[in-house]
Structure formats: C-alpha cells, structure tokens
Design a protein around this ligand. Structure first.
Ligand SMILES: *[C@@H]1O[C@H](CO)[C@@H](O)[C@H](O)[C@H]1NC(C)=O
Ligand SMILES: *[C@@H]1O[C@H](CO)[C@@H](O)[C@H](O)[C@H]1NC(C)=O
Ligand SMILES: *[C@@H]1O[C@H](CO)[C@@H](O)[C@H](O)[C@H]1NC(C)=O
Length: 596
C-alpha cells in the first residue's frame, strides 16, 4: 500500500471523527481493510447489475458512508438525497433503480409519490454494527419494502426473504475471495406467499361483484368478473382472501365508499370499479382494467296505436307530389284530346273524372278514336296509379302487422321534453356534475335518490318511468335479461352519453406490495381470453346464484294482433265527411241546374 494512500486514509478517518456523531453512522474505521473494500463493493454492485440491470442510483443519507466514496467510480447517473427525502416526484424508471441507503434511518422518504414509485426498487443497506439482519429485515418488511439486501462491516451480504424462517439469508462473504454461494441477491418474493392475507371487499354491484355464502362451507365467497380476477390472483399467490364477516349480503355499496376504504388502508384491493375521470389521485388505482362507455338506458318508445297508422302513412310531401301529378295528368289529358286548350276549365282541371279514377287505380273509360298522344298519356297514368296504390297498400299492410315505434330520444333536449325523468343517486350526480363543471341547476329533470342501493334496485327492476345512467358493461347483462321478457323494455342510447369512453380501474391500496403482480395477472387474464369469458358469462353467474329474478318486468300484455272497429274510426270519419261533401256538391249542382 502506498504511503499516499495511507495518508489519505488517515485524513478521512480524521474528518469522520469530526463530522460524524457516533450513534448515527457507520465509521469507516469499522470497515476492515478499508482501501481493499472499494473494489469488492464495486464487484458487488456489478453482480447486482448482472442479476437485473439498473441505470440510476439513488443514495439516501449523508456522507460519510461507504457508498459516497464509491461515487466517482460508479459512472452512472446518481441522485444524492442527503436529507433522506426528495422534493420532486420520482420520474425516472423505477424498475431500473438501485437504492443505496447509508444506514437504517437514512431513508426518510416523505414524498408519497416517490415512495410509491420506489417501493419495489432494490435496496442495499449499510448495516451498522450490533444491528442484527433479522431485525433490520423485519423493519423493512413492516414498511412493506421487501427488496432489501444489506452489507455489514465485516463484508457479509445478507438478503431479506419474506415468507421464510429465518427472514434473511447470508450470501457472499465480502471479506473473503470465495464467491461460491451463488444464489441471487434479490429474488421474486411473492411466488408463494404462504397464505398471507389479501383484504378485499365486494361492492356487490351485479354482475361485476357478487357476494354469497357458500352453503357447503358457510364461508363468504365472491364471484363476478372483477371478483374472479381477485380470486384467481389469490389462488395464484397461495394467499388467503379476507373479507369482512359482518357485511350485509345483497346491499350494494357505492364505489366512492370503496375508494375511501382503500385510501384509508382498510382494504388491499376493492372488488369494485372506478373511473380515472373523476379521481385525481392515480396512486390508488390499478392499471386500467376495462374500457366502457357511460350512457343512458331509456324506455323503448311505445308502438304506434293502430288508430294512428292512417295518419302516419299520409306524408304531406308525398300527398303534395300526388296532387301535382294529378294536375299535370289532367292538363295533359285535356290538351291531348283535341290538341288544343279549348276544353280547359277549372272544373275540368280539378275534377277530371278520368284522371281521378286513373290515379286511384280504378277503371276509367278509354276514349274512342284515341290519338297516339292520348294513348301514351293514358298508359303513363296507368303506371303511375299502379305505383301509388301498391306503395300505399304495402305501407298500410306492413304497418298493421308491425306498427312502427314512436320517435326515440336522441339528445338531452329530448329528455327534457319527454315524460321521463333521469333517476340518479345524489353522490353520483354530484360527481358527474363536477366532472362536467355543472351545478345542480342543470339537472332539473333529475330524480335524485339518496341511496345508491335504492337506485340500483330501481334500475334492476326495470322501472320504466325513468331514464337511468348505466355503463355499457352493465347494460350487456340487462339486455340479456330483457331478452327473456315478453317484449324488450329499454334500449341503450349511444347518442346521449355522459362519457363515451371511460377507463375503469380497481381501487388498490397505495403501498400494496403485490400491485405490480396484480396488474400483470390482470393483463394475462385478458391475454388468454379468460376475462372475455367471465364478462360473457356474467349474466349466467347472476342467474346461477339466484341474484337476478327471472321475472318479466315488461307490461306482460301480449301484443294485440286483431284490428278492432275502433281502430278504423278515422277511416269512417273520412268516409262520412267525404260522403257529406259529395251530397252537398250534388245538392248545389241540382239547384244550379234548376235555376240556370
Ligand atoms: C437538509 O436538512 C438540513 C438540516 O436538517 C437543512 O438545513 C437543509 O435545508 C435540508 N436540505 C434540503 C435540501 O432539504
Ligand atoms: C449460501 O450461504 C448460506 C450461509 O453461508 C447458506 O445457508 C446457504 O445455504 C448458501 N446457499 C447456497 C445456494 O449455497
Ligand atoms: C400455501 O400456503 C400454505 C399456508 O397457508 C402452505 O401450508 C402450503 O404449503 C402452500 N402451498 C404451496 C403449494 O406451497
């Protein structure tokens, strides 16, 4: 060892003696053969880097500390957090970050966002003398930071192992050359969590999460496509699912309450779905689980009564065209008879007997010694009459077999003019209005319910006096249900929506250690098509659990096939009034003839 280095060492030890209060940090003089330790430490970091790549180093704690001495040799971007906490949110990749902590209390991260991002990062802690690895591991486990290795003054490396006894393993001996013990320093800890608890709760909103008591075991269990995701995850990790035992079966809980429970660390993951649109803190949400739209289910408009069908088929425009045709044909007939306008008069034009009968598809006298022009025009008249009578007849007959529906609601303005009101829960209304920057004045048409459970119950019973907000995801099972009715009752409006595209996430506790694994599990469930199967099966799960009553909520009145005399009242009215008109005309003509 050169003399220069010796002097340097002395200097450092002297400086440390002045700067470092004994109880706070590890004294470098504690480290045997200190100059020799640096290459070994670098070697250790190299090994960690080979295990899994890291690109950024964060050093928590104040100099002097073994890690600080390494800084010039690291040749990697390094963040020094001497006060143990960062002010700015962590924005680098947290997967490829290595944390070096100068002692147990060096890391005092107060920034919750950084804490979350760096929770899964690997930590290498400098172990002060007299501190047992078992104890230190327990401290880190209590903080839910599980990726921890430590380095003691003798150069031993320990790695914490959750779900094992003892809770750590000793790896390479730093002081010796033997690198024989080749097990990994950091391992995936959650492969088998040995029955550790995952606390969850179902919001009991069908069909995504339903709760029931298994009759054979007496245990509470949950099903539904969101619950299935959690159930399979629990099984995959060999964990145990813990549900609150005193929960009221069948009572739907508002998802905002589930969010609050997760934020209060009461639950690890809630079997519920919430949207990214109304939440401002994404730390409590999982990766987006599913996308959907949030629109309205609206009562299907009633069928037109038979009585009104006659008025529907007479379109003013078509009638106008027919009248125009009539005038043109009668003009042509008058002209082509003698190729002059001599016979033209108002009565001939408006009450042209031949033209009237021709257009109504009746027989009319064929003129004798007809010219070519006249024949051509009569032929045209025949074809026109064929078209119009066929058109009206087919209209009438098809409408009688299947009456058309009244017009659908296509905008919020239509909602206002309709007899329906929008049923909505108060909490949900406030949330929606907030996301639209609206106030309750805009929602005059709303029927506000005080309880979410009541709202869901009303929607579930297809109460057709209201319009309900519903997600497309839920609508699918409603639609499945109403296929069993005599006639469908609601339709899903794609025109009037609260949100046309919405990402739904599961509420997840901020520092839930399995978050990443859970998200991977979620993605693989989609990837293998299991999720699609669950969503498709949702309605049958509801039926199987007796959650949905196979009751026909529609009016149940079979469609009336017969046409009654009362349905023809308009026709009779027209008939009588036309006859009266004819009689009056006849009377006028009669009198006219007598006096002229
Ligand atoms: C670090 O802590 C010291 C004393 O506790 C304080 O004076 C200093 O301003 C802090 N530095 C930062 C960057 O917070
Ligand atoms: C590594 O070393 C520790 C203690 O030195 C020992 O308990 C463990 O079994 C070793 N592991 C392997 C894979 O050799
Ligand atoms: C699952 O965890 C239990 C403890 O709850 C344990 O006894 C069992 O061996 C574990 N299963 C497997 C396959 O490791």
């Amino acid at each position: 060892m050169s003399a220069g280095l010796g002097v340097m060492r002395l200097f450092i030890i002297f400086m440390l003696g002045c700067l470092c209060p004994r109880q706070h940090c590890v004294q470098l003089e504690d480290w045997p053969d200190h100059a020799d330790s640096q290459p070994r430490l670098l070697q250790l970091l190299q090994r960690i880097r080979l295990e899994r790549h890291f690109e950024t180093i964060v050093v928590y704690g104040r100099a002097p500390c073994v890690f600080h001495e390494l800084l010039p040799q690291l040749e990697l971007p390094t963040v020094l957090l001497a006060n143990g906490s960062s002010l700015a949110d962590w924005r680098f990749n947290s997967e490829s970050t290595l944390l070096l902590c100068c002692g147990l209390s060096a890391e005092q991260e107060h920034n919750p966002h950084t804490l979350l991002r760096l929770q899964q990062a690997r930590r290498l802690v400098q172990l002060a003398p007299k501190i047992r690895p078992r104890w230190l591991c327990a401290v880190y486990f209590a903080r839910e930071q599980h990726n921890v290795a430590m380095l003691d003054a003798r150069g031993n490396v320990y790695s914490c192992r959750l779900f094992q006894q003892p809770n750590y393993v000793q790896l390479v001996s730093f002081g010796s050359d033997s690198d024989s013990n080749s097990s990994s320093i950091y391992v995936q800890q959650y492969g088998n969590v040995q029955g550790a608890a995952i606390i969850s709760e179902a919001d009991q909103l069908m069909p995504r999460s339903m709760l029931f008591r298994n009759p054979s075991t007496g245990q509470l269990e949950m099903v539904g496509f969101v619950c299935n995701l959690i159930n399979t995850f629990v099984r995959r990790l060999n964990a145990t699912l813990k549900l609150r035992p005193d929960i009221e079966l069948g009572k739907t809980i508002y998802y905002g309450i589930m969010e609050r429970r997760v934020q209060g660390n009461e639950l690890d993951v809630a079997a519920s779905l919430t949207t990214t649109l109304t939440t401002n803190n994404m730390d409590y949400l999982s990766y987006p689980f599913v996308s959907t739209s949030y629109c309205f289910m609206i009562p299907l408009p009633a069928r037109l009564p038979y009585k009104k069908i006659y008025t529907v088929i007479v379109e003013p425009l078509v009638l106008g065209v027919l009248l125009l045709l009539f005038l043109i044909f009668s003009l042509l007939l008058i002209y082509s008879q003698e190729l002059s306008w001599r016979r033209l008069s108002l009565s001939q034009l408006l009450l042209n007997d031949r033209c009237l009968r021709g257009l109504l598809g009746q027989a009319f006298p064929w003129p004798q010694q007809a010219s070519r022009h006249l024949k051509a025009i009569c032929l045209l008249l025949c074809f026109a009459s064929l078209m119009t009578t066929t058109m009206y007849e087919s209209y009438l007959q098809s409408f009688f077999t299947h009456p058309p529906a009244e017009s659908m609601l296509r905008s919020f303005a239509d909602f206002r003019d309709s007899p329906y009101r929008i049923a909505v829960d108060r909490k949900e209304a406030n949330r929606m209005l907030q996301s639209y920057n609206l106030t309750t004045d805009h929602a005059r048409n709303a029927f506000i319910l005080e309880s979410w459970h009541e709202f869901v119950k009303m929607r579930d019973t297809f109460n057709a006096s209201f319009i309900y907000p519903v997600t497309r995801l839920r609508w699918k099972s409603y639609n499945e249900q109403q296929k069993l009715f005599q006639e469908p009752m609601f339709y899903y409006s794609e025109d009037v929506c609260l949100h046309r595209f919405m990402l739904m996430c599961l509420p997840v506790r901020r520092h839930w250690p399995y978050r990443q694994l859970f998200e991977n599990h979620m993605l693989s469930m989609w990837e293998f098509g299991v999720m699609q199967l669950w969503v498709r099966r949702a309605f049958y799960d509801m039926v199987q659990l007796n959650m949905t009553k196979l009751v026909d909520f529609s009016s149940g009145k079979p469609e009336e096939d017969a046409v009654y005399v009362r349905d023809l009242s308009w026709i009779f009215f027209f008939y009588v009034s036309a006859n009266l008109l004819a009689c009056i005309c006849f009377a006028v003509e009669f009198c006219w003839g007598r006096y002229v």
